[in-house]
Design a binder for this molecule. Sequence first.
Ligand SMILES: [Zn+2]
Length: 225
Amino acid sequence: MVKQLQGGKLPGAYAYGFYHFIIDEAQYDKIAIMSKNFYITTTLPYVNAEPHIGFALEIVQADVIARYHKGLGEKVVFNFGTDEHGQKIYQKALEENKDPQTYCDEYAKKFDALKVALNLSYTHFIRTTDPHHIVAAQEFWKLCYKNGFIYKKNYKQKYCVGCELEKSDSELVDGKCPIHPSSEIQTFEEENYFFKLSEFQNKLLKFYDKNICHRRFAGFFNFEA
Ligand SMILES: [Zn+2]
C-alpha cells in the first residue's frame, strides 16, 4: 500500500508522509531532515458561497510564505482547493435546482480563478471530489482504522447548518446560533466514528518542540479522548 501511495499523485504522497508520522517516527524525522521541501496549505473553503475578502486575506498570506520559501531555493508545494462535501453545499445546490456535482464544478472554477485575480503561486488545486483525493483519503482512513485509531461511539450534538459546526449550549443565545438567528439549531443523535487524537499527544508535543514554526498551531488541538 505504501509503495502504491509513494508512486501515486501528490495527495498520495501526503498520505505517505502521514503514514510515517503515525507508524514510523524515525523514518518521518529522516525524511523531514533530508528534504529541502516546503509544504503549505490554506484551509479548503466550502463551495457554498462566492469567494470573499476574508478568504482572500488567508490565501494572500499563504502566498507570501510560499514565495519566501521558493526564494530560499526550496521545493515548494503550495496547496489550495475546495471542500465539496457538506450538508450546506447539498442544500444550496437544491436551492439553485442543480445537481450537487454541477453546482460544485461551477464554484470550484470561481475559486480557481483567484489564481489570476490575486496573482497567486499555488502549485496544486485539490477538490475533495477529485478521484485521486478520494483514493488518498480512503487509504488514510483504512490505515488509521487498521491501527486502531478510529472507533465508534454514540453521540448527541447540536449543530448549526449555517456555521457547519457543532454547538454547545453555552454558544447558543435563546437556543439559537447568534450568527444565524433565523435558522433552527438541529439536534443529531447517531453512532459516529471518532479519531483517537489523544494517542498522539506525546508524539505531537515532541514534534512541536522540534519544529518551532508549528508550535503556534498546537493550541488548536484538544487532546480529550
Ligand atoms: Zn451558525
